[in-house]
Design a protein around this ligand. Sequence first.
Ligand code: Z5A
Length: 223
Amino acid sequence: MSLRAAERDYPGSFITLEGPEGAGKTTQVKLLSQKLEALGIPHTVSRDPGGTPLGKQIRRVLLKPGTYIAPMAELLLYQADRAQHVDELIMPALKRGEIVICDRFTDSTLAYQGFGRNIDRKTIEDLNAMATQGLTPELTILFDLESEKGLGRLHPGGHDRLEQEAIEFHHRIRQGYLTLRQEQPERWATIDATKALISVQEEFARIIVERFADRHPKLKDLA
Ligand code: Z5A
């Protein structure tokens, strides 16, 4: 259920996309953005990490294959990227009343650094709260698929530092997402990401319209 205006201190809507590698989030967010653009619906799409000029530099460091980054250093780099992202891009867009769709956000940190790297959950939650100034997504869509399937879809030209991790790491992440979803079912929606691109696209649009058309009436034309 989306938050009522009185419970938010901005007029926009904040949606995040989550899932294991190769789930199709990037593809779908581009397609959705084209449709929103065509309908004249003010929106911002971004990604975590790398949504700002500083974030792009941090992203390069984080994903470069062959670099050893200690788990706590990795966690803090993701949070530094996020603090900049919320301050420079996400919050200003929400204050302008836009729909903000972010490819990965705080749940990625719980899934990858928490379930994946076994960093203490409370530490991650505290840092998430600090980096976001308390901002939480109203809707988080899990693009769900088995880790092997997602990794199998990725570019043959080489894998980044996280994609190169052992398959057990990726299994823990998927299980982590399923646990997070179970803990807060009202915030999460799930899309079966193994389906054909067009079916995923339709389901994605249906979920957004259902949750936000009351606040952004032009969204009805998406369906
Ligand atoms: N990370 C972290 O550890 N902690 C954090 O706090 C945060 C992130 C925020 C970011 O890299 C990495 O950082 C990520 C998590 C970690 N781990 N890694 N590696 P990223 O942004 O590059 O990673 P990603 O979000 O996983 O991107 P991705 O691997 O490209 O996945 P995707 O965006 O979900 O998928 P895609 O690029 O849209 O599609 C992948 C391929 O599948 C592509 O060839 C598509 O044409 C194809 N595709 C898409 N949809 C379909 C369907 N329906 N059927 C068949 N094929 C499809």
